[in-house]
Design a protein around this ligand. Structure first.
Ligand code: FAD
Length: 232
């Protein structure tokens, strides 16, 4: 389904990432974790289409938020991060099977790197809004503390959602309060000890997703309990 949506907010999250809020009374419905294909209407449809996960929950009526990292020399991500209130674009969707289903998934582990945090912001908002009893652990990996996207939102989620634990990991800095290094086998083993029946969701750059999925499967998680989304 296609819908025209209008920008009603554009918030700078970090030095290279913005969350843009779009509004329409005809906003398509979607499930937590799905994405939309974004199409600009000006310049005769010459601007390439790109996919973006919804970083807001379907429980927030009439809006969709996308949390977008500006790629170095990235064409569309730069245009989106520069959008102003009142500007419009088309969203086409929802698409994808990277979906959190609260009825089938009483325990989930979310593993994210960089802008791969977007769908997990949606999951947490959804769990909070619906008051779900889902047990959740998020491990969110970034190069440095200043690269952590939506940290304030996740710190708030961790305060408000009793069954949510958030672990931030840094790969290029050592700091108190942060896990150091990439998501590795000892980390995954610890997560499995805590949530042995968990469904694993992995989202981020393609190499991170492939490497982490391999580890999760090696650790013995059945394939049907592992979901991945590659941003590439
Ligand atoms: C299902 C899905 C969901 C997604 N969700 C999100 C999300 O929530 N948030 C998010 O930020 N992103 C998300 N993405 C990624 C997004 O779709 C775009 O790929 C991203 O924003 C980059 O698009 P761009 O047009 O800005 O970059 P592009 O212009 O396509 O460039 C991408 C990179 O490639 C390099 N590049 C471009 N052309 C060349 C070339 N000829 N040679 C060498 N290098 C080149 C650029 O320097 C840049 O670093 C998602 C992707 C998928 C598939």
């Amino acid at each position: 389904m296609k819908a025209k949506m209008m920008v009603i907010g554009n918030k700078k999250e970090t030095h290279d990432t913005n969350t843009i809020t779009f509004h329409s009374d005809a906003r398509p419905d979607f499930r937590p974790g799905q994405f939309f294909i974004v199409e600009f209407m000006h310049e005769g449809g010459k601007i390439p289409k790109r996919s973006y996960s919804t970083s807001s929950s379907p429980t927030r009526r009439s809006i969709i938020e996308f949390t977008i990292k500006q790629m170095p020399n990235g064409y569309v991500s730069k245009l989106l991060c520069g959008m102003k209130d009142g500007e419009e674009l088309m969203v086409d969707g929802p698409w994808g099977n990277f979906v959190f289903d609260e009825k089938k998934m009483p325990e989930i582990v979310m593993l994210a790197a960089g802008s791969g945090i977007a769908p997990f912001r949606c999951f947490c908002q959804y769990i909070l809004d619906k008051g779900l009893p889902t047990k959740v652990i998020l491990v969110y990996s970034n190069k440095t503390e200043q690269d952590i996207i939506c940290k304030k939102d996740f710190d708030e989620f961790a305060e408000k959602i009793p069954n949510l634990r958030v672990i931030y990991s840094l790969t290029r800095e050592e700091k108190a309060g942060f896990m150091c290094g990439r998501i590795d086998m000892p980390c995954i083993s610890d997560l499995l000890r805590e949530l042995p029946g968990a469904f694993f969701f992995i989202c981020g750059p393609p190499a991170m997703v492939s490497d982490t999925e391999k580890l999760v499967l090696e650790a013995g998680v059945p394939k049907e309990r592992v979901k991945t989304e590659k941003y590439g």
